[in-house]
Write a protein of this length. Structure first.
Length: 197
């Protein structure tokens, strides 16, 4: 299935950018196909375009309490990509390029999805948002989970493909070509900036 085939038009007052897990801990992962420097630059350019258009921006990080009592603890065949024990200092801190986007609102999550157990849905609805543009780490975990929930909540979903990256060969590509097109439209960040303007 080839994405990028439908015309995209975004109304700034009804569109929000959601940037997921652009934080020091996840940016240190071996990301592919886009490395952390490229991802940060793309996310910052996209965020700046949203700020210039006076559109809403949400930055999302994942964090847990100091005692770890709110971390998921179910037995798994493949462990989650989180440090054992206490998190290293600054692990949950957003990179400054994303944290300092003008007017960005912060959401802290404790799961893959930025919707589950957070106030994101009410914050979007009360601002009259009908379309969300999503980028972040990891494409097949945090981004995909948030996109699925956004779609199930009735939002129009756009994925900024080059503002997403993952770990593991083929993980990003599988999500972008197989699963995410069933709940969203996939576009490059340049096309999204044009559609927003």
């Amino acid at each position: 299935m080839e994405p990028y085939h439908m015309t995209l038009h975004l109304i700034p007052s009804e569109t929000a950018l959601i940037l997921i897990d652009f934080q020091l801990g996840t940016l240190a992962l071996p990301l592919t196909p886009y490395d952390s420097d490229g991802l940060i630059a793309t996310g910052q350019r996209l965020g700046s375009a949203f700020a210039e258009a006076d559109a809403t921006i949400f930055t999302v990080n994942v964090a847990f309490s100091d005692d770890g009592g709110d971390r998921l603890k179910q037995p798994l065949d493949i462990p989650m990509m989180l440090p054992d024990g206490a998190f290293p200092p600054e692990w949950s801190r957003l990179t400054p390029e994303i944290a300092n986007l003008p007017g960005a609102k912060r959401i802290t999550k404790r799961h893959w999805s930025a919707f589950f157990g957070t106030e994101l849905d009410i914050q979007l609805r009360r601002r009259g948002i009908s379309t969300v543009v999503i980028g972040g780490i990891c494409t097949n975990f945090g981004v995909e989970s948030t996109a699925r929930d956004a779609w199930q909540h009735g939002y129009n979903v756009v994925i900024a493909e080059d503002a997403c990256s993952s770990i593991g060969e083929g993980s990003h590509e599988f999500a972008i070509t197989r699963t995410l097109p069933r709940v969203s439209r996939i576009r490059k960040s340049d096309a999204i900036r044009v559609a927003l303007a």
